[in-house]
Design a protein around this ligand. Structure first.
Ligand SMILES: O=C(O)CCC(=O)C(=O)O
Ligand SMILES: [Fe+2]
Length: 266
């Protein structure tokens, strides 16, 4: 595929708050595929139904405390896999750390993903323009990792009717969007038949999200961090006491100006 931005893919600004980190995950692409294979053994890929009753062409599964699901009742996050009735597989700390590092590189420190939606595209699959807006916490960015076959990412605007740009996504590319770009419309153009040494004819995408956790004040964060169970440093938000939660909620509600304060990437 002709690369639309051949000169500087290492750090390509798409918009204020949105950046493509070319090849950021390339050194760990094999590890990522191993994780996906392992996850799919307990939480198999499936084609979800849209609320309007259409079968999605992209197959999906999840890893992490919460998983994104869709059915006749709508889009939502669930702690249980509706297919098996069991919790989604636990997010490995190294996987979460990759997302945290990518977010920090893009200018969003302290990103702690609670959910990772894994998308699998066969040739002909596509994802229509949409906003990622099912998360209660929109202060945190989305971190999106590409694996395998090339895709054409559609990067639109703040309105569905804004004409999207097409951006080539290669194996190991990571796109991060947050702050003023957090609700930008985006999608993936129909996957063209092609092959990649790692994934054959398939493309995978891992999309990391913080769903519920509003980042607390710094000193609360530091205190709370001590109570994180060993080995779960990144896949669960810190455990807050009732008082800390109250402060956290108060801050979140009374200082709306602080929203999007991390929007310095791009
Ligand atoms: O596959 C991609 O690159 C994007 C996926 C996406 O937008 C989503 O899962 O919400
Ligand atoms: Fe999305």
């Amino acid at each position: 595929m002709r690369d639309l931005f051949p000169d500087d893919r290492e750090r390509l600004s798409l918009d204020p708050g949105a950046v493509l980190l070319g090849g950021f995950a390339l050194p760990v692409d094999r590890y990522l595929l191993e994780v996906i294979t392992h996850v799919a053994e307990t939480a198999p890929f499936r084609h979800l139904e849209t609320p309007g009753g259409r079968r999605m062409s992209v197959a999906m599964t999840n890893v992490g405390r919460l998983g994104w699901v869709s059915d006749r009742h709508g889009y939502r996050y669930s702690p249980l896999d509706p297919l098996t009735g069991r919790p989604w597989p636990t997010m490995p700390p190294d996987l979460a750390a990759l997302a945290t590092n990518a977010a920090a590189t893009a200018g969003f420190p302290n990103f702690a993903p609670e959910a990772c939606l894994i998308n699998r595209y066969a040739s002909g699959a596509k994802l229509s323009l949409h906003q990622d807006r099912d998360e209660r916490n929109l202060d945190q960015p989305i971190v999106s990792v590409s694996l395998g076959v090339d895709a054409r990412f559609l990067w639109g605007g703040q309105s569905r009717t804004d004409r999207p740009r097409r951006v080539a996504l290669h194996d190991g590319d990571v796109v991060v969007w947050g702050g003023p770009a957090r609700l930008t419309y985006h999608g993936v153009d129909t996957l063209i038949e092609s092959s990649h040494p790692l994934t054959g004819t398939l493309r995978y995408n891992l999309t990391f999200r913080t769903v519920t956790w509003a980042r607390p004040r710094r000193q609360i964060c530091i205190r709370a961090r001590h109570r994180r169970p060993v080995g779960e440093r990144f896949d669960t938000p810190p455990v807050l006491t009732g008082e800390e939660v109250k402060q956290d909620v108060r801050l979140d509600c009374t200082l709306p100006g602080m929203r999007h304060r991390e929007s310095r990437s791009g």
